[in-house]
Design a binder for this molecule. Sequence first.
Ligand SMILES: [Zn+2]
Length: 178
Amino acid sequence: MIDAEDYLRRPPPARPYEPAAQQLSVPAAAIGATLRLLQGAQNRECGLFWYGVRDHAGNGTVCHVAAPRQHMTWGNFHVAPEALAEIVHRLPDGWKPLAQVHSHPGTRVEHSNYDDRMMSSRRSLSVVFPSYGRLNTAFPLGVGVHEWQVDYWHLLDDEQARRRVRVVNGSVTIEDRR
Ligand SMILES: [Zn+2]
């Protein structure tokens, strides 16, 4: 079910993005697992979730990369609420959804209207990888990092994205239910 409207550009934001003070720390191992899982869907879009801990200031650290059961097509993916619940119900206490991740077919990594509608949490970031996960730049360059602010999913520019998400050392767990 692909609505032609989804390929039109979204309206621009009513007000500019205000850079957030918080950072999301993403272990390099989480990036590696994400690329492998996205590429594993071959030429289909795929959705993943990054879970982890958030401190009192709102800074998150990714601990877990999960691929829920889902329906994947060349230009779309869909995760049923029950499929997401299978993952969420087994997470350790205190782990939060930190980012919703998905792939796009080409290099355009801005949200579609469909993406705006599909976000399950406005406290999470939304991270869109190009080329079905075949990223050939250093994360987050080339990746669409989006943050909800006031009433809009803002696409951060390169500088904003580099401040908002940073690659760190550390280990992650990986779950693939597809
Ligand atoms: Zn999308």
